[in-house]
Design a protein around this ligand. Structure first.
Ligand SMILES: [Zn+2]
Length: 257
């Protein structure tokens, strides 16, 4: 009886395998995340503008297609096809050098960029862009502006500091208020989130979903594809040493064919 049951299950499994249409898995897509640009490497988060331009040239020569992050998210949500050899470029924190250095290079190469901004810094912190600069970026048609929470907290620290209820209220405020301010100031729909310091867990993912986010991004340093957790999509943290084989190792090899 047991043997017949097992044989039946095996037959069913074989049948299922044959009858279910195969969904082609798109290639892994790399999402790159930048922070600051400059003529010199003043800290580990600064990529020289000349390095960024070298990377864009490398992508162009190897026939990669830089696609908007939104296109990748839609593809993961709806299993829609992507251009061959797709790569995504993002930049976190709203540093002024995004406007002065990244914008001209992005414009010359016609590459789309998604910025993750924490609104408390905008038109406020000395290193940050102004709302007028963000508006100008948005008007180029190349820059999408999304949320990096309201003031970039360290959720691990806040969880230790607050009661469970206060922590949940705090995190919700960080997610929802950021989204509301960005939508009001820039008139753009905001439903993508970059986790500050890459910190996230199931509880934070649920709270962010509750504020209307459909995808969120970490610093997990690998490619992404179908089947990935949309609330924890990995990105490669870009440093000035990402040239040559180091940069190539962050990309799917298909572009070189
Ligand atoms: Zn950040």
């Amino acid at each position: 009886m047991a043997l017949r049951f097992i044989a039946g299950m095996l037959a069913l499994a074989a049948l299922t395998q044959v009858s279910v249409p195969r969904v082609p898995q798109p290639a892994q897509v790399s999402i790159l995340v930048y922070h600051r640009f400059g003529s010199m490497v003043s800290d580990s988060m600064t990529v020289r503008t000349s390095t960024f331009r070298w990377q864009l040239q490398y992508l162009r020569e190897r026939r990669y297609t830089v696609i908007p992050l939104r296109v990748l998210v839609d593809s993961l949500l709806h299993q829609s096809p992507l251009p061959a050899h797709s790569v995504v470029i993002t930049a976190d924190d709203g540093h002024e050098s995004v406007f002065t250095d990244m914008l001209p290079a992005a414009r010359e190469n016609a590459v789309p960029v998604t910025l993750f901004i924490y609104p408390s810094a905008i038109s406020n912190a000395s290193y940050a862009m102004t709302w007028a600069q963000l508006d100008a970026l948005r008007e180029t048609g190349l820059f999408d502006i999304q949320s990096h929470t309201y003031w970039h907290p360290n959720f691990t620290v806040e969880k230790r500091r607050l009661t469970a209820a206060a922590y949940r209220a705090f995190a919700t405020e960080q997610f929802c208020h950021s989204k509301d301010v960005l939508q009001k100031k820039l008139g753009v729909p905001t439903d993508l989130l970059a986790w500050p310091f890459g910190i996230h867990d199931n509880e934070l993912e649920d709270l962010a979903r509750g504020c209307g986010y459909v995808a969120a991004f970490t610093l997990d340093r690998r490619g992404t594809g179908l089947g990935a957790n949309l609330m924890a999509l990995p990105r490669f943290l870009m440093t000035d040493s990402a040239v040559g084989t180091s940069f190539a190792s962050m990309l799917s090899p298909e572009g070189t064919q």
